[in-house]
Design a protein around this ligand. Structure first.
Ligand code: XLS
Ligand code: NI
Ligand code: NI
Length: 434
């Protein structure tokens, strides 16, 4: 036991009338919703990087958090793991996620970094035998170290491509060993700073090749989890190739990986791309590539990736509505890719942030489930598209031609009568649930 969290004990469900600062008011892990406990619907994960590795820096200021485990030795890494697993227990978090660089000190070379990683993975594995927290996904940090400044798979230097491929292999091995349910690839620097020095065709081809090797290796080692790509339009790069869900889907098609690789969608990244979170989810669902979500929120004024904990119930409700509508999570879950504000220095802030995030998600999720069960939106959609049920309409989607359709329009004197889209009525409907 460390003493980091002091006298903070396991967070309990208190219900909406509770007034304790550290209790769940909406997230009742065991509560059955649509035939499943909420725990299994929401599949919450803690993100190691924001909660235990990020020092509170911003573009103008250095470290504000001075955690006792900050340092580059294996002892520091083990201390960090001890605190992390204590927090998973306090929160009753069913999952966590990590990058290699979050959990182990960087070695002098690739071999030493890998040894450090493997040692920590064994340390995690021992802890995981005695707790209920599992690994939602592992990933490689191919963006922080200066070697990645011009990209990883898209780097003009083939040695960086090689180093990245070897790194991903070690992170897939680590994820497999810890029985991770997914493996994530976020291409933070897979893009460009300026087109003046960028061969876009070559870079995209290299990235497509890289992803194909990841997929081959998944099968080779018998990793049953999903491979997930995480879209983001920019930041840190000026432009990133995995711009949004639609762009990623085209990329997967071009390189023959649709149906193999799915997407990990993040609220803040959706906003940066000029979309809503539910838009990104709907695009992924419509193309059968929905995988998992990174839950957070962006500041709508600042225009950059602020990674705050979620606090907007209607936004969260619509996201979960689309997820439920697609059948809910399978291997995916709700990862809090979210960090404290840099003035939130105390251990209690870290706990409260997650408790609040879990409660906001639970509240939005319950609203989404209530809308699903009521069926109002599904009925409105079915009514709106009802005309397509007729044989003539179906014929247009198979068999018919522009000529045969033209003949029918003339013969039946087709003269479309517009009908209301009912947007305000539907917005009022949603408001009944949130
Ligand atoms: C950064 C990304 C990152 C990925 C994992 O913006 O969200 O945290 O989720 O590499
Ligand atoms: Ni992000
Ligand atoms: Ni993310």
């Amino acid at each position: 036991m460390t003493d980091f969290f002091g006298d903070i004990t396991r967070i309990e469900y208190e219900g909406q009338d509770g007034n304790s600062a550290l209790s769940f008011k909406h997230y009742n892990a065991d509560e059955m919703v649509m035939g499943k406990p909420m725990r299994d619907h929401l599949r919450f994960a803690v993100a190691y990087w924001h909660s235990f590795a990020w020092p509170g820096t911003d573009p103008f200021g250095g470290e504000t958090f001075q955690r006792p485990w900050f340092g580059d030795t294996m002892d520091h890494a083990r201390h960090k793991a001890d605190v992390a697993f204590e927090m998973f227990d306090i929160l009753g978090a069913p999952f966590f996620c990590f990058h290699d660089a979050d959990v182990r000190p960087e070695g002098a070379d690739f071999a030493e970094s890998t040894r450090n990683l493997n040692e920590i993975v064994d340390y995690f594995a021992a802890k995981m035998e005695n707790c209920d927290t599992r690994l939602l996904w592992g990933t490689a940090n191919l963006f922080s170290n200066r070697r990645f400044m011009a990209g990883a798979a898209t780097n003009p230097d083939p040695d960086v491509f090689a180093y990245s491929a070897a790194t991903v292999k070690t992170c897939m091995d680590a994820t497999h060993k810890l029985r991770g349910e997914n493996y994530v690839l976020w291409g933070g620097r897979e893009g460009y700073e300026t087109l003046l020095n960028t061969d876009m065709r070559a870079e995209m081809d290299h990235m497509g090749r890289f992803l194909n090797m990841v997929f081959e290796y998944k099968h080779k080692i018998g990793f049953k989890g999903a491979i997930l790509m995480e879209p983001k339009p920019q930041e840190p790069s000026k432009h990133q190739y995995d711009y949004d869900a639609a762009t990623c889907y085209s990329f997967l098609q071009k390189y023959g990986l649709e149906g193999e690789v799915k997407l990990n969608l993040e609220q803040g990244h959706a906003i940066l791309a000029g979309h809503s979170f539910e838009h990104e989810i709907a695009v992924a669902v419509a193309n059968d590539v929905f995988g998992s979500i990174d839950m957070n929120r962006n500041d709508y004024q600042s225009g950059w990736d602020t990674d705050q904990f979620p606090n907007n119930v209607p936004e969260v409700a619509l996201a979960y509505y689309h997820i439920l509508n697609a059948g809910g999570f399978t291997s995916g879950g709700t990862n809090f890719d979210a960090k404290l504000r840099r003035q939130s220095l105390d251990p209690v802030d870290l706990i409260a942030a997650h408790v609040g995030g879990m409660d906001i998600c639970a509240r939005g999720f319950k609203a989404a489930a209530a809308m699903m069960m009521d069926g109002g939106l599904a009925t409105a959609q079915a009514t709106r598209y009802a005309g397509w049920k007729t044989p003539d309409a179906q014929e247009m989607l198979s068999g018919a031609s522009l000529e045969s359709i033209t003949e029918r329009v003339l013969r039946d004197n087709i003269n479309p009568v517009p009908s209301s889209g009912r947007q305000e009525i539907l917005e009022n409907y949603v408001n009944r649930f949130v």
